[in-house]
Ligand binder design. Structure first.
Ligand code: BTN
Length: 256
């Protein structure tokens, strides 16, 4: 059992060497009335979940699987930007550990470096009629793993902080930085204690800006140059004819 501390408030971290999914464990802890916020950390997941029903490969050694559970009891609209803010604060916090590699966010939920993904984020929430009952924010972060050992289907598209930064990192330090970044995102976004603009905070961290990307919207493929996000968090695409399209959900891919 470990603790991190932000502005004097302690957060308990429960570590499991192996677990099915840290998001599922956080859910169980909430249903057993563990006092929130708390974090669940693990080195290996047997049933890691990704976005859109995908599996999250979680068997490679030296990575971090982490979830933080919150019980905010406030209107659900506050949730809209949470993952975007978490990505911003996590990227900023980790950047100090890899000074020679630019860490970026690929809209909406991935952390990238040099065009390869080193982390994915998954926010799961439960609501009552008009308030958020719980938020479980999970991140799978490739820390000290060696990408040449990844399963072949991931080798070209995935990387780790070790691979991009050139040195091994302390897992405890990485975990503490990420948990504090998630608490900061919660404070600024969910509890509304921040004054920074989402659009401005996002701009320097976007991995897609200026790149040609495709997205599927209403079953149609659209292509355009990505240019930041708007204040609702939607990705702005400028099509070849100059028209502006906004992507609100789903994934985008870089046009080859
Ligand atoms: C994605 O890119 O699709 C999001 C992946 C999120 C994976 C993390 S690992 C820790 C937490 N527990 C899970 O089962 N999933 C998230």
């Amino acid at each position: 059992r470990y603790y991190t501390q932000l502005n004097g408030s302690k957060l308990e971290v429960l570590y499991f060497p192996v677990i099915d999914s840290t998001n599922s464990e956080a859910e169980r802890q909430l249903s057993h009335r563990r006092k929130s916020p708390f974090a669940i950390a693990s080195s290996c997941q047997t049933k890691g979940r990704g976005r859109l029903g995908r599996e999250w490969h979680s068997a490679t050694a030296d990575n971090l699987y982490l979830s933080v559970g919150f019980e905010p009891n406030i209107p659900p609209q506050a949730l809209q930007h949470f993952t975007l803010w978490a990505g911003i604060h996590i990227c900023r916090a980790l950047q100090s550990l890899t000074p020679n590699a630019a860490l970026k966010i690929k809209w909406p939920n991935d952390l990238h470096c040099d065009g390869r993904k080193f982390a994915g984020m998954l926010t799961e929430a439960k609501m009552d009629a008009d308030s958020l009952r719980s938020i479980i924010f999970g991140i799978g972060l490739n820390v000290n793993s060696n990408p040449t050992k990844y399963p072949s289907e991931l080798r070209k598209s995935a990387t780790s902080l070790y691979a991009v930064g050139g040195k091994e990192l302390s897992m405890n330090q990485v975990a503490a930085k990420v948990i504090i970044a998630i608490q900061t995102a919660y404070d600024t976004c969910i509890l509304d204690n921040g004054s920074e603009s989402l659009v401005e905070a996002w701009a320097p961290l976007s991995s897609l800006s200026g790149k040609t990307v495709t997205a599927i919207m209403n079953n149609q493929e659209i292509t355009g140059t990505a240019s930041g996000i708007d204040e609702t968090g939607a990705l702005i695409l400028i099509a070849a004819d100059g028209s502006v399209q906004k992507v609100r959900a789903g994934d985008v891919t870089l046009k080859k």
